[in-house]
Design a protein around this ligand. Structure first.
Ligand code: CDP
Ligand code: MG
Length: 138
């Protein structure tokens, strides 16, 4: 069964949007198999966003993602990786479709409420960064 990694970023946690994000995914019929709240370390942030190292927004993104608690989750279901990307919407809230999380709740490209894996390889990598196998429930 396909699985993906989803995270409510510090802006979403601070603004009380955890429930709304979860609700939208649950209503779509997907199943949560793991969840935890944590404060991301500099090291974990660097690994999670390794593909963006060296980009102009990298340092600011790392300081933002480590600035407060996040909620990390694993979701399961057919086509869940692509479906959650669609429910999230485009990276920049101003360009995201109406009805997506980022359009409805995001306030800027850096404060766009959620992260979701963009491919099966990314999903596997990100799930393993944040969760042990024993933390994923059936
Ligand atoms: O999150 P998503 O996969 O949609 O976008 P990305 O291109 O993988 O970028 C990762 C994250 O970097 C975004 O979600 C933004 O929060 C941040 N970012 C930014 O702050 N400024 C940019 N110009 C591009 C991305
Ligand atoms: Mg990405």
């Amino acid at each position: 069964m396909e699985r993906t990694f989803l995270m409510v970023k510090p802006d979403g946690v601070e603004r009380g949007l955890i429930g709304e994000v979860i609700s939208r995914i649950e209503k779509k019929g997907f199943r949560m198999v793991a969840i935890k709240m944590l404060r991301i370390s500099e090291e974990l942030a660097g690994e999670h966003y390794a593909e963006h190292a060296g980009k102009p927004f990298f340092d600011e993104m790392l300081s933002f993602i480590t600035s407060g608690p996040v909620v990390a989750m694993v979701w399961e279901g057919p086509g869940v990786i692509q479906s959650i990307r669609e429910i999230m919407g485009a990276t920049d809230p101003a360009r995201a479709e109406p009805g997506t999380i980022r359009r409805d709740m995001g306030t800027s490209i850096s404060r766009n409420v959620v992260h979701g894996s963009d491919s099966p390889a990314a999903a596997e990598r990100e799930i393993n960064l944040f969760f042990k196998d024993s933390e994923l429930l059936d």
